[in-house]
Design a protein around this ligand. Structure first.
Ligand SMILES: CC(C)(COP(=O)(O)OP(=O)(O)OC[C@H]1O[C@@H](n2cnc3c(N)ncnc32)[C@H](O)[C@@H]1OP(=O)(O)O)[C@@H](O)C(=O)NCCC(=O)NCCS
Length: 185
């Protein structure tokens, strides 16, 4: 069972406070609502389409991750269980790539640019390095240049481009692949 196993208190750049912690099954509704709101923004940043994944699907995903020996699901909780960010880590399914872990994350619109994403990502990178992963990888939509700048500042380099990888409601989107080496701590 893979867990962070503790709560990390974070003071954001604007003085607000939150905790980064393992997701619980009861966070599923909050995660679904936050991601649906992000997916519905006019600026497309996620592969996920509005209405595509509801609380039941996130509950399954959280449960599977909590049971899996090498996955991690973190949330940023601004208090009272209100989810304002999430991050999932899943090991690459290829046996020959067992040292590689995929990351996916998002932060609620009202909490961006103040350090939530950085806190989630650095917590996850430290955990993944300690868990024996050597490489953290992700896919980001080519037009999502702000996220790419964020990842680059956190040690990710561009490794490739998959053209027209996603069909999001009739429009095709290219995907940039990025990777960051991890060190065992
Ligand atoms: C990309 C994202 C996860 C970064 O999280 P964050 O909490 O905003 O990150 P931090 O506060 O630690 O760092 C802020 C940096 O993120 C980048 N950023 C990306 N999108 C941003 C946004 N909408 N508003 C503010 N900053 C954003 C900026 O480059 C910013 O850099 P700066 O500090 O030089 O201005 C978050 O902005 C987000 O969820 N965006 C929408 C969904 C998304 O793109 N998810 C990733 C899909 S691969």
């Amino acid at each position: 069972m893979a867990r962070l196993g503790r709560e990390i208190a974070v003071t954001l750049d604007d003085g607000r406070r939150l905790v980064v912690r393992d997701a619980r099954r009861r966070d599923a509704r909050g995660v679904a609502e936050m991601l649906d709101a992000v997916a519905s923004e006019p600026q497309v940043t996620l592969v996920l389409r509005p209405g595509e994944a509801g609380p039941a699907s996130w509950r399954r995903r959280i449960t599977e991750t909590l049971r899996s020996p090498r996955g991690l699901f973190l949330v940023a909780d601004r208090g009272g269980g209100v989810v304002v960010g999430d991050l999932g880590l899943s090991p690459d399914p290829n046996l020959a790539s067992a040292h590689v872990v995929w990351v996916g994350m998002s932060v609620a619109a009202g909490f961006r640019g103040v350090g939530v994403g950085g806190a989630l990502l650095e917590t996850a990178a430290a955990w993944a390095g300690a868990a024996g992963f050597r490489k953290m990888v992700l896919g980001v939509l080519a037009e999502n240049v702000r996220a790419q700048a964020f990842y680059a500042r956190h040690g990710f380099e561009r490794e490739g481009l998959r053209r027209e990888q996603y069909d999001r409601g009739g429009r095709y989107h290219d995907e940039v692949l990025m990777a960051r080496p991890l060190r065992r701590r």
